[in-house]
Design a protein around this ligand. Structure first.
Ligand SMILES: [Mg+2]
Length: 218
């Protein structure tokens, strides 16, 4: 182990927690609030991971004003309670505990708003593992997208970084923007093909396999 503490960044939704049910219900209510057709299953899946409101435009084809209106409803219903409808993936707490015990510093880097991310991470009891911080987007738009969020975590750490661990191509892209490798995980919402296609350094099927993949990158 290096004497210098290394940082490992983790995506939140689809990587640490299965947040599908709360996000999907919030998207459904947001769509209903502006009177558009209910998103189908494929659209709902595509909406877990990329930042809103841009994703509403990209996936649902709505204009900017409609996407902004959906965003307002989304924040109201998701922040109002649906964000707590999450479950930590099996094996994730053991993975985080092992990395911390080995001397790594861990950070959450999510494109979800920072206050929501803090609440989710604390609600499921994972906050104790993230001494490197919980970073997310800002409601005022001053921080938006994975690359910007990862930049905050790197600046706060100021030392060596091993990789970003995530489930979508946005994670691979956001890591690459900083010259970092991404370890893709298949238990989330992107899947092996998406992650390999985006250029993930490794793709793993279980939390236990993340440690080995990270070691290969050190
Ligand atoms: Mg994700």
């Amino acid at each position: 182990m290096s004497a210098v503490t290394s940082l490992v960044c983790f995506d939140l939704d689809g990587t640490l927690v299965d947040s599908g049910p709360g996000i999907i219900e919030s998207v459904r209510r947001s769509a209903a609030s502006v009177g558009i057709a209910e998103p189908d299953d494929e659209q709902l899946r595509a909406l877990i991971g990329p930042p809103f409101p841009q994703a509403f435009r990209d996936v649902l084809g709505v204009d900017a004003a409609t996407a902004d209106a959906m965003m307002a409803t989304y924040r109201e219903v998701y922040g109002g309670g649906l964000m707590r409808e999450v479950a930590v993936y099996d094996g994730v707490p053991d993975l985080l505990a092992e990395l911390v015990a080995r001397g790594d510093r861990l950070a959450v880097t999510t494109s979800k708003p920072r206050p929501f991310a803090h609440e989710v991470v604390t609600h499921v009891g994972l906050d104790k593992f993230f001494a490197g911080g919980v970073f997310g987007a800002e409601f005022d738009g001053s921080v938006e997208g994975k690359a910007a969020v990862v930049g905050l975590a790197l600046a706060a750490h100021g030392g060596p970084v091993v990789a970003l661990v995530g489930d979508r191509h946005h994670d691979v892209d956001g890591a690459r923007a900083h010259g970092l490798p991404c370890v893709g995980v298949t238990w989330g919402f992107g899947g092996r093909e998406e992650l390999l296609g985006a250029g993930a350094a490794a793709v793993v099927d279980t939390p236990a396999a993340v440690t080995t993949a990270l070691d290969a990158l050190r």
